[in-house]
Design a binder for this molecule. Structure first.
Ligand code: HEC
Length: 158
């Protein structure tokens, strides 16, 4: 028993002393690429902020929310992965990943409509963006009546 508690104490010390990146950075949930995935979405307009290819991943709770007409239960999590378009492929081939974004329903995040917004680089490391100034505006404008989630269940029909 003593050994076990000593190891536990050690593990706690390591956990506490390891550097925390941005103060409240949310790590990407493990295994999200196994969640329900949207159809492949391609934006070929180079003038668009969304130029490239993207896929939306939704966990079980988020899928319930989409099915209920964008009424999401607490904890619902939605992730979008963005890829470049491979040069000369006519948008047929995904280039390298360039960004990941996440939304998780958390009632306490009142400033951003009851959702946690987080952005990540291509490697999955938190990019430390300010969600209130960087993310929420568009979602509020485009999906104020849909709990700030722009995509709908239609994006998940094959
Ligand atoms: C310029 C407007 C704009 C900004 C700024 C923006 N988004 Fe979005 N976001 C969109 C649009 C449009 C979609 C829908 C994409 C689709 O349906 O293919 C979307 C979709 C999403 C989704 C999938 C769920 C949904 O609403 O459809 C997540 C998660 C997301 N964005 C997170 C973020 C995060 C995090 C940020 C800040 C880093 C951000 N967004 C900034 C416009 C924006």
């Amino acid at each position: 028993m003593k050994m076990v508690s000593a190891w536990f104490a050690l593990a706690c010390m390591i956990a506490i002393s390891s550097p925390v990146p941005a103060s409240s950075a949310t790590p990407l949930p493990k295994g999200y690429t196994k969640w329900r995935k949207s159809e492949r979405k391609v934006v070929t307009d180079k003038g668009s902020l969304f130029y490239g290819i993207h896929y939306i991943y939704a966990d079980k709770r988020a899928m319930q929310g989409y099915q209920a007409g964008n009424r999401f239960p607490e904890g619902s999590t939605i992730i979008v992965e963005y890829f470049n378009i491979k040069e000369g492929s006519g948008a047929a081939v995904d280039g390298p990943r360039n960004m990941i974004v996440l939304m998780r329903k958390e009632k306490r995040k009142k400033e951003t409509g009851g959702w946690l917004f987080a952005g990540y680089g291509a490697d999955g490391a938190p990019s430390g963006i300010d969600p209130a100034t960087t993310c929420f505006g568009c979602h509020q404008k485009d999906a104020g009546q849909r709990e700030y989630v722009i995509s709908t269940i239609k994006d998940f029909k094959q």
